[in-house]
Design a protein around this ligand. Structure first.
Ligand code: ADP
Ligand code: MG
Length: 543
Protein backbone atom coordinates (compact mmCIF):
# COMPACT_ATOMS: atom_id res chain seq x y z
CA UNK A 1 0.00 0.00 0.00
CA UNK A 2 1.30 3.41 -1.03
CA UNK A 3 -0.15 4.97 2.09
CA UNK A 4 2.29 3.25 4.38
CA UNK A 5 5.21 5.36 3.19
CA UNK A 6 3.40 8.52 4.19
CA UNK A 7 3.31 9.64 7.75
CA UNK A 8 0.57 11.43 9.59
CA UNK A 9 3.15 13.95 10.61
CA UNK A 10 3.49 15.12 7.02
CA UNK A 11 0.27 17.09 7.31
CA UNK A 12 2.03 19.84 9.29
CA UNK A 13 3.39 21.08 5.96
CA UNK A 14 -0.05 21.08 4.41
CA UNK A 15 -1.29 23.22 7.30
CA UNK A 16 1.51 25.77 7.03
CA UNK A 17 1.18 25.97 3.24
CA UNK A 18 -2.59 26.32 3.58
CA UNK A 19 -2.12 29.29 5.95
CA UNK A 20 0.42 30.86 3.60
CA UNK A 21 -1.95 30.45 0.67
CA UNK A 22 -4.79 32.09 2.63
CA UNK A 23 -2.43 34.97 3.47
CA UNK A 24 -1.63 35.49 -0.21
CA UNK A 25 -5.32 35.42 -1.14
CA UNK A 26 -6.01 38.03 1.52
CA UNK A 27 -3.21 40.30 0.36
CA UNK A 28 -4.29 40.22 -3.27
CA UNK A 29 -7.82 41.04 -2.21
CA UNK A 30 -6.72 43.84 0.11
CA UNK A 31 -4.59 45.37 -2.64
CA UNK A 32 -7.55 45.20 -5.01
CA UNK A 33 -9.77 47.11 -2.59
CA UNK A 34 -7.20 49.60 -1.32
CA UNK A 35 -4.61 50.96 -3.73
CA UNK A 36 -2.92 52.95 -1.02
CA UNK A 37 -1.78 49.74 0.68
CA UNK A 38 1.54 49.97 -1.11
CA UNK A 39 2.20 46.23 -1.10
CA UNK A 40 3.89 44.57 -4.05
CA UNK A 41 1.55 41.88 -5.36
CA UNK A 42 3.37 41.15 -8.59
CA UNK A 43 5.31 38.14 -7.30
CA UNK A 44 3.29 36.37 -4.64
CA UNK A 45 4.63 32.97 -3.68
CA UNK A 46 5.38 30.47 -0.92
CA UNK A 47 8.98 29.43 -0.37
CA UNK A 48 10.05 26.36 1.54
CA UNK A 49 13.63 26.51 2.68
CA UNK A 50 15.49 23.68 4.37
CA UNK A 51 18.81 23.55 6.14
CA UNK A 52 20.15 20.08 6.83
CA UNK A 53 22.91 21.21 9.13
CA UNK A 54 20.87 23.47 11.34
CA UNK A 55 17.94 21.05 10.99
CA UNK A 56 15.43 23.78 10.21
CA UNK A 57 12.59 24.09 7.78
CA UNK A 58 11.08 27.47 6.93
CA UNK A 59 7.81 28.21 5.16
CA UNK A 60 7.77 31.81 3.98
CA UNK A 61 5.06 33.78 2.23
CA UNK A 62 4.90 37.41 1.13
CA UNK A 63 1.20 37.63 1.94
CA UNK A 64 -0.86 39.85 4.21
CA UNK A 65 1.18 39.16 7.38
CA UNK A 66 0.05 39.82 10.93
CA UNK A 67 0.27 42.81 13.25
CA UNK A 68 1.73 42.45 16.77
CA UNK A 69 -1.79 42.23 18.21
CA UNK A 70 -2.87 39.68 15.65
CA UNK A 71 0.03 37.39 16.43
CA UNK A 72 -0.88 37.52 20.09
CA UNK A 73 -4.52 36.87 19.37
CA UNK A 74 -4.34 34.35 16.50
CA UNK A 75 -1.20 32.44 17.37
CA UNK A 76 -0.41 33.30 20.98
CA UNK A 77 -3.65 32.60 22.78
CA UNK A 78 -3.72 28.95 21.86
CA UNK A 79 -0.18 28.69 23.18
CA UNK A 80 -1.30 30.02 26.54
CA UNK A 81 -4.45 28.09 27.10
CA UNK A 82 -3.89 24.41 27.30
CA UNK A 83 -1.57 24.11 24.34
CA UNK A 84 1.02 22.30 26.39
CA UNK A 85 -1.64 19.71 27.04
CA UNK A 86 -2.65 19.75 23.40
CA UNK A 87 0.88 19.30 22.13
CA UNK A 88 1.44 16.52 24.62
CA UNK A 89 -1.70 14.74 23.41
CA UNK A 90 -0.72 15.44 19.83
CA UNK A 91 2.66 13.84 20.32
CA UNK A 92 1.09 10.82 21.98
CA UNK A 93 -1.61 10.49 19.36
CA UNK A 94 0.93 10.68 16.61
CA UNK A 95 2.74 7.72 18.06
CA UNK A 96 -0.58 5.90 17.95
CA UNK A 97 -1.15 7.09 14.38
CA UNK A 98 -4.16 9.32 15.07
CA UNK A 99 -2.67 12.79 15.12
CA UNK A 100 -4.51 14.03 12.08
CA UNK A 101 -7.84 13.64 13.79
CA UNK A 102 -6.62 15.55 16.79
CA UNK A 103 -5.37 18.44 14.69
CA UNK A 104 -8.69 18.95 13.00
CA UNK A 105 -10.59 18.45 16.21
CA UNK A 106 -8.72 21.22 17.95
CA UNK A 107 -8.72 23.41 14.88
CA UNK A 108 -5.11 24.33 15.45
CA UNK A 109 -3.49 23.81 12.09
CA UNK A 110 -0.50 25.98 12.92
CA UNK A 111 0.33 23.96 16.02
CA UNK A 112 0.66 20.73 14.08
CA UNK A 113 4.21 21.96 13.49
CA UNK A 114 5.02 20.78 17.00
CA UNK A 115 4.61 17.20 15.82
CA UNK A 116 7.97 17.49 14.12
CA UNK A 117 9.57 20.49 15.79
CA UNK A 118 10.66 21.17 19.34
CA UNK A 119 10.61 24.88 18.69
CA UNK A 120 8.74 27.13 16.26
CA UNK A 121 9.59 30.70 15.39
CA UNK A 122 7.37 33.03 13.41
CA UNK A 123 8.45 36.38 12.00
CA UNK A 124 5.82 38.51 10.32
CA UNK A 125 5.02 42.01 9.15
CA UNK A 126 1.59 43.09 8.09
CA UNK A 127 1.19 44.74 4.69
CA UNK A 128 1.02 48.52 5.18
CA UNK A 129 2.78 48.48 8.57
CA UNK A 130 6.42 49.23 9.22
CA UNK A 131 7.13 47.20 12.32
CA UNK A 132 7.45 43.42 12.39
CA UNK A 133 6.79 40.85 15.12
CA UNK A 134 8.70 37.81 16.23
CA UNK A 135 6.98 34.99 18.09
CA UNK A 136 8.66 31.90 19.41
CA UNK A 137 7.54 28.91 21.43
CA UNK A 138 8.59 25.43 22.41
CA UNK A 139 4.96 24.37 22.48
CA UNK A 140 4.97 23.90 26.22
CA UNK A 141 2.51 26.57 27.25
CA UNK A 142 4.61 29.73 27.02
CA UNK A 143 5.79 31.92 24.18
CA UNK A 144 7.84 35.02 23.60
CA UNK A 145 6.61 37.96 21.57
CA UNK A 146 8.73 40.93 20.52
CA UNK A 147 8.78 43.61 17.85
CA UNK A 148 11.48 43.50 15.21
CA UNK A 149 12.75 46.03 12.71
CA UNK A 150 13.42 45.16 9.06
CA UNK A 151 11.13 42.13 8.83
CA UNK A 152 10.06 41.50 5.22
CA UNK A 153 6.35 41.83 4.52
CA UNK A 154 4.52 38.53 5.00
CA UNK A 155 5.17 35.65 7.33
CA UNK A 156 7.88 33.10 7.78
CA UNK A 157 7.51 30.13 10.06
CA UNK A 158 10.67 28.27 11.03
CA UNK A 159 10.56 24.81 12.54
CA UNK A 160 13.53 23.65 14.56
CA UNK A 161 13.18 19.99 13.74
CA UNK A 162 13.43 17.30 16.33
CA UNK A 163 16.41 14.95 16.04
CA UNK A 164 15.98 12.60 13.08
CA UNK A 165 14.87 9.04 13.58
CA UNK A 166 17.65 6.96 12.12
CA UNK A 167 15.20 4.38 10.75
CA UNK A 168 12.88 7.08 9.44
CA UNK A 169 14.71 8.47 6.44
CA UNK A 170 11.50 8.95 4.50
CA UNK A 171 10.49 11.65 6.92
CA UNK A 172 13.62 13.70 6.86
CA UNK A 173 12.01 17.10 6.42
CA UNK A 174 15.28 18.67 5.39
CA UNK A 175 15.36 16.52 2.27
CA UNK A 176 14.22 18.29 -0.89
CA UNK A 177 12.81 15.02 -2.16
CA UNK A 178 10.58 14.56 0.88
CA UNK A 179 9.31 18.13 0.69
CA UNK A 180 8.56 17.85 -2.99
CA UNK A 181 6.67 14.67 -2.45
CA UNK A 182 4.53 16.05 0.37
CA UNK A 183 3.71 19.24 -1.53
CA UNK A 184 2.66 17.26 -4.60
CA UNK A 185 0.50 15.04 -2.49
CA UNK A 186 -1.27 17.61 -0.35
CA UNK A 187 -0.95 21.00 -1.94
CA UNK A 188 -0.65 20.62 -5.70
CA UNK A 189 -3.81 22.62 -6.44
CA UNK A 190 -2.77 25.66 -4.39
CA UNK A 191 -3.04 28.52 -6.85
CA UNK A 192 0.22 30.20 -5.75
CA UNK A 193 3.67 28.89 -6.62
CA UNK A 194 5.17 26.77 -3.85
CA UNK A 195 8.90 26.77 -4.37
CA UNK A 196 11.86 25.06 -2.75
CA UNK A 197 14.95 27.05 -2.16
CA UNK A 198 17.88 24.64 -1.82
CA UNK A 199 20.01 25.13 1.29
CA UNK A 200 22.94 27.52 1.19
CA UNK A 201 25.62 24.90 1.52
CA UNK A 202 27.88 25.57 -1.46
CA UNK A 203 28.39 29.27 -1.05
CA UNK A 204 28.44 30.19 -4.78
CA UNK A 205 25.63 31.68 -6.85
CA UNK A 206 22.17 31.59 -5.27
CA UNK A 207 20.41 28.50 -6.63
CA UNK A 208 17.24 28.97 -8.65
CA UNK A 209 14.03 28.17 -6.80
CA UNK A 210 11.98 25.33 -8.22
CA UNK A 211 8.17 25.42 -8.35
CA UNK A 212 6.72 22.20 -6.95
CA UNK A 213 3.00 22.45 -7.56
CA UNK A 214 1.06 22.51 -10.82
CA UNK A 215 -1.21 25.34 -9.54
CA UNK A 216 -4.02 24.06 -11.71
CA UNK A 217 -7.41 24.95 -10.33
CA UNK A 218 -9.07 21.57 -9.84
CA UNK A 219 -12.49 22.91 -10.76
CA UNK A 220 -11.23 23.97 -14.17
CA UNK A 221 -9.86 20.53 -15.00
CA UNK A 222 -11.87 17.68 -16.43
CA UNK A 223 -13.06 14.93 -14.14
CA UNK A 224 -10.72 12.33 -15.68
CA UNK A 225 -7.65 14.42 -14.99
CA UNK A 226 -8.20 14.70 -11.26
CA UNK A 227 -7.97 11.94 -8.68
CA UNK A 228 -10.37 11.63 -5.76
CA UNK A 229 -7.46 12.27 -3.42
CA UNK A 230 -6.77 15.60 -5.07
CA UNK A 231 -10.40 16.65 -4.68
CA UNK A 232 -10.29 15.62 -1.05
CA UNK A 233 -7.17 17.67 -0.35
CA UNK A 234 -8.85 20.73 -1.82
CA UNK A 235 -11.83 20.07 0.41
CA UNK A 236 -9.59 19.92 3.47
CA UNK A 237 -7.88 23.17 2.53
CA UNK A 238 -11.17 24.99 2.03
CA UNK A 239 -13.15 23.58 4.92
CA UNK A 240 -10.41 23.19 7.53
CA UNK A 241 -11.92 19.75 8.10
CA UNK A 242 -9.48 16.87 8.33
CA UNK A 243 -11.87 14.14 7.21
CA UNK A 244 -12.79 13.10 3.69
CA UNK A 245 -15.91 14.65 2.24
CA UNK A 246 -19.00 12.52 1.70
CA UNK A 247 -19.80 13.79 -1.79
CA UNK A 248 -17.90 15.71 -4.43
CA UNK A 249 -20.13 17.60 -6.86
CA UNK A 250 -18.94 19.23 -10.08
CA UNK A 251 -20.84 21.59 -12.28
CA UNK A 252 -19.73 23.40 -15.43
CA UNK A 253 -22.14 25.99 -16.76
CA UNK A 254 -21.52 27.21 -20.28
CA UNK A 255 -23.28 29.90 -22.25
CA UNK A 256 -23.76 33.58 -21.60
CA UNK A 257 -22.94 33.40 -17.92
CA UNK A 258 -20.14 30.91 -17.50
CA UNK A 259 -19.05 29.41 -14.22
CA UNK A 260 -17.56 26.30 -12.69
CA UNK A 261 -18.43 24.87 -9.34
CA UNK A 262 -16.76 22.22 -7.24
CA UNK A 263 -18.86 21.51 -4.18
CA UNK A 264 -18.45 19.16 -1.24
CA UNK A 265 -20.82 17.64 1.25
CA UNK A 266 -18.88 16.99 4.48
CA UNK A 267 -19.13 13.60 6.14
CA UNK A 268 -20.05 15.15 9.51
CA UNK A 269 -22.25 18.05 10.50
CA UNK A 270 -20.18 20.74 12.21
CA UNK A 271 -21.13 21.28 15.84
CA UNK A 272 -22.02 24.95 15.26
CA UNK A 273 -24.34 24.39 12.28
CA UNK A 274 -27.33 25.71 14.22
CA UNK A 275 -25.63 28.69 15.81
CA UNK A 276 -25.86 32.32 14.73
CA UNK A 277 -22.16 32.63 14.11
CA UNK A 278 -21.94 29.70 11.69
CA UNK A 279 -20.03 30.81 8.61
CA UNK A 280 -21.95 29.50 5.66
CA UNK A 281 -21.27 29.70 1.99
CA UNK A 282 -18.68 28.72 -0.57
CA UNK A 283 -15.54 30.40 -1.84
CA UNK A 284 -16.07 32.74 -4.74
CA UNK A 285 -13.42 33.10 -7.43
CA UNK A 286 -13.56 35.22 -10.56
CA UNK A 287 -11.46 33.68 -13.34
CA UNK A 288 -9.17 31.86 -10.88
CA UNK A 289 -8.78 34.88 -8.62
CA UNK A 290 -9.97 34.38 -5.08
CA UNK A 291 -12.64 36.95 -4.21
CA UNK A 292 -14.23 35.91 -0.94
CA UNK A 293 -14.76 33.18 1.62
CA UNK A 294 -18.23 32.29 2.88
CA UNK A 295 -20.17 33.70 -0.06
CA UNK A 296 -23.72 33.20 1.27
CA UNK A 297 -25.57 34.33 -1.81
CA UNK A 298 -24.74 31.24 -3.83
CA UNK A 299 -26.63 28.70 -1.72
CA UNK A 300 -29.87 28.82 0.27
CA UNK A 301 -29.52 28.70 4.08
CA UNK A 302 -30.75 25.12 4.25
CA UNK A 303 -27.68 24.03 2.25
CA UNK A 304 -25.32 25.93 4.53
CA UNK A 305 -23.28 22.80 5.26
CA UNK A 306 -22.06 22.59 1.64
CA UNK A 307 -18.45 23.71 1.09
CA UNK A 308 -16.56 24.38 -2.10
CA UNK A 309 -15.57 26.78 -4.82
CA UNK A 310 -17.55 28.66 -7.43
CA UNK A 311 -15.53 30.35 -10.15
CA UNK A 312 -17.50 32.78 -12.30
CA UNK A 313 -16.15 34.21 -15.53
CA UNK A 314 -18.09 37.44 -15.79
CA UNK A 315 -18.22 39.07 -12.38
CA UNK A 316 -16.32 42.18 -11.41
CA UNK A 317 -13.30 41.58 -9.18
CA UNK A 318 -14.68 44.32 -6.97
CA UNK A 319 -18.02 42.66 -6.40
CA UNK A 320 -19.38 43.10 -2.86
CA UNK A 321 -21.66 40.96 -0.76
CA UNK A 322 -24.43 43.52 -1.09
CA UNK A 323 -24.24 43.47 -4.86
CA UNK A 324 -24.20 39.68 -4.91
CA UNK A 325 -27.40 39.51 -2.88
CA UNK A 326 -29.24 41.40 -5.60
CA UNK A 327 -27.55 40.09 -8.72
CA UNK A 328 -29.82 38.30 -11.16
CA UNK A 329 -27.07 35.99 -12.38
CA UNK A 330 -26.17 35.03 -8.84
CA UNK A 331 -29.79 34.11 -8.18
CA UNK A 332 -29.79 31.92 -11.28
CA UNK A 333 -26.58 30.28 -10.11
CA UNK A 334 -28.09 29.65 -6.70
CA UNK A 335 -31.08 27.94 -8.29
CA UNK A 336 -28.92 25.78 -10.51
CA UNK A 337 -26.48 24.80 -7.75
CA UNK A 338 -29.37 23.96 -5.44
CA UNK A 339 -30.96 21.67 -8.02
CA UNK A 340 -27.62 20.02 -8.70
CA UNK A 341 -26.99 19.30 -5.02
CA UNK A 342 -30.50 17.91 -4.51
CA UNK A 343 -30.30 15.72 -7.60
CA UNK A 344 -26.97 14.37 -6.37
CA UNK A 345 -28.60 13.44 -3.07
CA UNK A 346 -31.42 11.77 -4.97
CA UNK A 347 -29.00 9.76 -7.09
CA UNK A 348 -27.08 8.69 -3.99
CA UNK A 349 -30.28 7.28 -2.49
CA UNK A 350 -30.38 4.57 -5.10
CA UNK A 351 -26.71 4.32 -6.06
CA UNK A 352 -25.24 4.28 -2.54
CA UNK A 353 -27.87 3.81 0.18
CA UNK A 354 -25.25 3.76 2.95
CA UNK A 355 -23.85 7.12 1.93
CA UNK A 356 -27.35 8.49 1.69
CA UNK A 357 -28.11 7.20 5.20
CA UNK A 358 -25.02 9.02 6.52
CA UNK A 359 -26.05 12.14 4.66
CA UNK A 360 -29.53 12.12 6.10
CA UNK A 361 -28.37 11.38 9.62
CA UNK A 362 -25.97 14.35 9.52
CA UNK A 363 -27.92 16.88 7.49
CA UNK A 364 -31.54 15.74 7.28
CA UNK A 365 -32.80 18.16 9.89
CA UNK A 366 -31.18 21.12 8.11
CA UNK A 367 -32.49 20.02 4.75
CA UNK A 368 -36.04 19.91 6.12
CA UNK A 369 -35.79 23.68 6.66
CA UNK A 370 -35.98 23.81 2.88
CA UNK A 371 -39.50 22.42 3.01
CA UNK A 372 -40.49 25.75 4.53
CA UNK A 373 -38.35 28.15 2.54
CA UNK A 374 -37.97 26.62 -0.91
CA UNK A 375 -41.32 25.80 -2.44
CA UNK A 376 -39.72 25.39 -5.89
CA UNK A 377 -37.85 22.32 -4.74
CA UNK A 378 -40.42 21.03 -2.29
CA UNK A 379 -41.16 17.90 -4.26
CA UNK A 380 -37.53 16.91 -4.56
CA UNK A 381 -36.98 17.63 -0.89
CA UNK A 382 -39.93 15.41 0.05
CA UNK A 383 -38.57 12.71 -2.23
CA UNK A 384 -35.12 12.70 -0.60
CA UNK A 385 -36.39 12.99 2.95
CA UNK A 386 -36.66 10.05 5.29
CA UNK A 387 -38.21 9.65 8.71
CA UNK A 388 -38.21 7.35 11.67
CA UNK A 389 -41.32 5.22 11.66
CA UNK A 390 -43.07 2.48 13.57
CA UNK A 391 -42.35 0.27 10.58
CA UNK A 392 -38.75 -0.36 11.64
CA UNK A 393 -36.70 0.42 14.73
CA UNK A 394 -33.52 1.63 13.14
CA UNK A 395 -34.18 2.24 9.48
CA UNK A 396 -35.91 5.43 8.44
CA UNK A 397 -38.49 5.35 5.68
CA UNK A 398 -39.19 7.61 2.73
CA UNK A 399 -42.70 8.93 2.22
CA UNK A 400 -43.00 6.91 -0.98
CA UNK A 401 -42.16 3.69 0.85
CA UNK A 402 -44.70 4.57 3.54
CA UNK A 403 -47.35 5.16 0.90
CA UNK A 404 -46.70 1.75 -0.60
CA UNK A 405 -47.23 0.06 2.74
CA UNK A 406 -50.50 1.86 3.47
CA UNK A 407 -53.40 -0.39 4.46
CA UNK A 408 -56.44 -0.84 2.23
CA UNK A 409 -58.75 2.03 2.92
CA UNK A 410 -56.06 4.15 4.59
CA UNK A 411 -56.04 7.51 2.93
CA UNK A 412 -53.75 9.64 5.03
CA UNK A 413 -50.13 9.54 6.13
CA UNK A 414 -50.01 9.54 9.92
CA UNK A 415 -47.33 11.09 12.06
CA UNK A 416 -46.74 12.16 15.62
CA UNK A 417 -44.24 14.77 16.76
CA UNK A 418 -42.39 14.73 20.05
CA UNK A 419 -39.03 15.07 21.71
CA UNK A 420 -37.77 11.54 21.41
CA UNK A 421 -38.76 8.38 19.65
CA UNK A 422 -39.40 6.78 22.99
CA UNK A 423 -41.74 9.46 24.27
CA UNK A 424 -43.72 9.34 21.04
CA UNK A 425 -44.02 5.58 21.09
CA UNK A 426 -45.30 5.70 24.67
CA UNK A 427 -47.92 8.28 23.87
CA UNK A 428 -51.54 7.13 24.37
CA UNK A 429 -52.29 8.56 20.92
CA UNK A 430 -50.38 5.68 19.44
CA UNK A 431 -52.44 2.91 21.01
CA UNK A 432 -55.15 2.44 18.42
CA UNK A 433 -52.64 2.73 15.59
CA UNK A 434 -50.47 0.10 17.16
CA UNK A 435 -53.45 -2.15 17.75
CA UNK A 436 -54.53 -1.86 14.13
CA UNK A 437 -51.01 -2.12 12.74
CA UNK A 438 -51.14 1.27 11.06
CA UNK A 439 -47.73 2.81 10.47
CA UNK A 440 -46.97 6.17 12.09
CA UNK A 441 -44.02 8.46 11.32
CA UNK A 442 -42.15 9.49 14.45
CA UNK A 443 -40.94 13.07 14.02
CA UNK A 444 -38.48 14.39 16.59
CA UNK A 445 -36.77 17.41 14.99
CA UNK A 446 -38.04 20.84 16.08
CA UNK A 447 -38.52 21.81 12.42
CA UNK A 448 -40.90 18.85 11.96
CA UNK A 449 -43.56 20.68 13.97
CA UNK A 450 -43.63 23.37 11.37
CA UNK A 451 -43.10 21.81 7.98
CA UNK A 452 -45.80 19.15 8.32
CA UNK A 453 -48.39 21.93 8.60
CA UNK A 454 -46.95 24.02 5.81
CA UNK A 455 -46.53 21.14 3.39
CA UNK A 456 -49.78 19.41 4.31
CA UNK A 457 -49.64 16.51 1.87
CA UNK A 458 -47.45 14.17 -0.09
CA UNK A 459 -48.48 12.83 -3.47
CA UNK A 460 -52.15 13.59 -2.87
CA UNK A 461 -52.19 12.07 0.61
CA UNK A 462 -52.79 14.26 3.62
CA UNK A 463 -50.19 14.38 6.36
CA UNK A 464 -52.17 13.95 9.58
CA UNK A 465 -51.10 14.10 13.17
CA UNK A 466 -52.46 11.24 15.24
CA UNK A 467 -52.77 13.72 18.11
CA UNK A 468 -55.09 16.10 16.34
CA UNK A 469 -58.81 16.03 15.64
CA UNK A 470 -60.90 12.91 15.40
CA UNK A 471 -59.06 10.00 13.99
CA UNK A 472 -61.71 7.41 13.31
CA UNK A 473 -59.88 4.23 12.63
CA UNK A 474 -62.82 2.10 13.70
CA UNK A 475 -64.89 2.58 10.59
CA UNK A 476 -62.04 1.57 8.36
CA UNK A 477 -62.56 -2.06 9.02
CA UNK A 478 -66.22 -1.83 9.97
CA UNK A 479 -65.67 -2.70 13.61
CA UNK A 480 -67.52 0.20 14.98
CA UNK A 481 -70.02 1.92 12.74
CA UNK A 482 -71.63 5.27 13.43
CA UNK A 483 -74.71 3.70 14.94
CA UNK A 484 -72.72 1.80 17.49
CA UNK A 485 -70.80 4.89 18.44
CA UNK A 486 -73.96 6.97 18.96
CA UNK A 487 -75.39 4.30 21.17
CA UNK A 488 -72.33 4.26 23.34
CA UNK A 489 -72.19 8.05 23.54
CA UNK A 490 -75.72 8.00 24.93
CA UNK A 491 -74.78 5.34 27.38
CA UNK A 492 -71.88 7.42 28.71
CA UNK A 493 -73.59 10.82 28.41
CA UNK A 494 -73.73 11.22 32.18
CA UNK A 495 -70.06 10.58 32.71
CA UNK A 496 -69.02 12.79 29.79
CA UNK A 497 -71.21 15.63 31.07
CA UNK A 498 -69.78 15.35 34.54
CA UNK A 499 -66.23 15.42 33.22
CA UNK A 500 -66.88 18.48 31.06
CA UNK A 501 -68.37 20.28 34.03
CA UNK A 502 -65.50 19.36 36.32
CA UNK A 503 -62.76 20.27 33.84
CA UNK A 504 -64.63 23.43 32.85
CA UNK A 505 -62.57 26.01 30.93
CA UNK A 506 -59.60 23.71 30.57
CA UNK A 507 -61.11 21.65 27.77
CA UNK A 508 -63.24 22.35 24.73
CA UNK A 509 -65.03 19.05 24.65
CA UNK A 510 -65.07 15.60 26.24
CA UNK A 511 -65.86 12.75 23.92
CA UNK A 512 -65.69 8.99 23.55
CA UNK A 513 -62.80 7.80 21.48
CA UNK A 514 -61.84 4.70 19.57
CA UNK A 515 -58.19 5.60 19.59
CA UNK A 516 -57.25 4.11 22.96
CA UNK A 517 -56.75 0.48 23.82
CA UNK A 518 -54.98 0.62 27.18
CA UNK A 519 -55.04 4.17 28.54
CA UNK A 520 -58.38 5.39 29.92
CA UNK A 521 -58.12 8.91 28.46
CA UNK A 522 -55.93 11.24 26.45
CA UNK A 523 -55.83 14.90 25.51
CA UNK A 524 -56.32 15.74 21.84
CA UNK A 525 -55.92 19.02 19.96
CA UNK A 526 -58.41 20.28 17.45
CA UNK A 527 -57.34 19.61 13.90
CA UNK A 528 -56.30 23.21 13.45
CA UNK A 529 -54.85 23.88 16.87
CA UNK A 530 -51.18 24.28 17.59
CA UNK A 531 -49.42 21.25 18.97
CA UNK A 532 -48.30 21.59 22.58
CA UNK A 533 -44.66 21.90 21.47
CA UNK A 534 -45.47 24.76 19.10
CA UNK A 535 -47.59 26.42 21.73
CA UNK A 536 -44.60 26.33 24.07
CA UNK A 537 -42.38 27.69 21.34
CA UNK A 538 -44.66 30.65 20.62
CA UNK A 539 -45.12 31.30 24.31
CA UNK A 540 -41.35 31.31 24.78
CA UNK A 541 -41.08 33.84 21.97
CA UNK A 542 -43.59 35.99 23.82
CA UNK A 543 -46.48 35.67 21.39
P1 ADP B 1 -6.93 28.24 10.70
O1 ADP B 1 -6.05 28.29 9.49
O2 ADP B 1 -7.87 27.08 10.67
O3 ADP B 1 -7.60 29.54 11.02
P2 ADP B 1 -4.41 27.97 12.05
O4 ADP B 1 -4.00 27.48 13.39
O5 ADP B 1 -3.81 27.24 10.88
O6 ADP B 1 -5.99 27.93 11.98
O7 ADP B 1 -4.04 29.51 11.95
C1 ADP B 1 -4.56 30.44 12.88
C2 ADP B 1 -4.62 31.83 12.31
O8 ADP B 1 -3.33 32.43 12.29
C3 ADP B 1 -5.10 31.91 10.87
O9 ADP B 1 -6.51 31.93 10.80
C4 ADP B 1 -4.49 33.23 10.41
O10 ADP B 1 -5.32 34.32 10.78
C5 ADP B 1 -3.20 33.31 11.18
N1 ADP B 1 -2.09 32.84 10.35
C6 ADP B 1 -1.51 31.64 10.39
N2 ADP B 1 -0.51 31.55 9.48
C7 ADP B 1 -0.50 32.74 8.82
C8 ADP B 1 0.29 33.29 7.74
N3 ADP B 1 1.24 32.58 7.14
N4 ADP B 1 0.02 34.57 7.37
C9 ADP B 1 -0.94 35.29 7.97
N5 ADP B 1 -1.72 34.83 8.96
C10 ADP B 1 -1.50 33.57 9.40
MG1 MG C 1 -4.72 26.86 8.91
Amino acid sequence: MIHSVYSNKDVFLRELVSNASDALDKLRLAALKDDTLGADVSDLHIDIETDGEARTLTVRDNGIGMSYDEVGRLIGTIANSGTAQFVKELREAQDAGGAEGLIGQFGVGFYSGFMVADEMTLVTRRAGESQGTRWSSRGEGTYTLETVEDAPQGTSVTLHLKPADSDDQLHDYTSAWTIKDIVKRYSDFITWPIRTVPGKTDGDAAPEPETLNSMKALWARSREEVSDDEYHELYKHISHDWREPLETIRLQAEGTFEYQALLFVPSHAPHDLYTQGYKRGVQLYVKRVFIMDDCEALLPPYLRFVKGVVDAADLSLNVSREILQQDRHIRMMQRRLTKKILSTVKDTMTAAPDRYATFWREFGSVLKEGLLSDSDNRETLLAVASFASTHADDEPTTLAAYAERMKDGQEDIYYLTGETRESIENSPHMEAFRAKGIEVLLLTDPVDEVWVDVVGEFDGRRLRSVAKGEVDLGTQDGEQGDGEREKRSEEYAGLLGWMKETLGEDVKEVRLSSRLTVSPACIVSDAHDLTPALENMYRAMGQ
